[in-house]
Design a protein around this ligand. Structure first.
Ligand code: ZN
Ligand code: ZN
Length: 199
């Protein structure tokens, strides 16, 4: 054993030196890799925000909603308060009003003035005209008659729309229902028929 060691001493030393050099080279590579590592990590970090905008359309949608709300608000201000955006329409005069000027009753909205007319009268429905997506203009004369009554004769009335889903044909039917004060119902129903012929 001792003999073998003496005969091969140089080879063994050379072998050990080679291993040490390899180890130094290996450590060197590891150190260089570690030093370069932050740059390699920074790349995926930079790539991450590039991916995230595609996952955040939520940010875009509220912006769009905000814009459309502003557009509506700019367009319609309360009839009584020129600086307050309106929230709805009075069924009788069809003007737009803010929250504090509108009165809600059973899902129907009126301005304060015309809620009194609504509450102090009995009403009768004088039309139930069906319109479909193919015939949307079918009930138009009723709206025109309602406006004629209010604008030209100061006669109050209001239009309700009743929706019904036609399951067989898969479309929505709407029924245009004109309501007038009971005492005037017969006369106004006749006027409406004449109005329909002329328009
Ligand atoms: Zn009104
Ligand atoms: Zn108002």
């Amino acid at each position: 054993m001792n003999n073998f060691f003496q005969e091969n001493i140089f080879a063994i030393i050379l072998f050990l030196l080679l291993i040490i050099l390899l180890l130094i080279a290996l450590i060197g590579v590891i150190v260089v890799k570690l030093l370069l590592a932050p740059k390699e990590v920074a790349q995926p970090k930079a790539a991450a925000p590039a991916v995230s905008p595609t996952i955040t359309p939520e940010v875009v949608i509220p912006n769009f909603k905000k814009l459309s709300e502003e557009k509506v608000a700019e367009k319609y201000y309360c009839e009584n308060h020129p600086d307050i955006p309106s929230v709805g329409t009075c069924l009788i005069c069809e003007d737009v009003f803010c929250e504090q000027c509108l009165i809600e009753h059973d899902g129907l909205y009126f301005c304060k003035e015309h809620f009194k007319i609504f509450a102090n009268n009995k009403w009768k429905q004088i039309t139930d005209v069906k319109t479909t997506p193919d015939t949307p203009e079918e009930g138009l004369y009723i709206y025109n008659f309602k406006r004629h009554l209010w604008n030209d004769r100061k006669v109050p009335s209001f239009v309700l729309t009743h929706y019904k889903i036609n399951i067989e044909e898969d479309f929505i039917e709407s029924f245009i229902q004109l309501n007038v004060v009971v005492d005037a119902a017969v006369e106004l129903a006749e006027d409406l028929e004449k109005f329909k012929v002329r328009h």
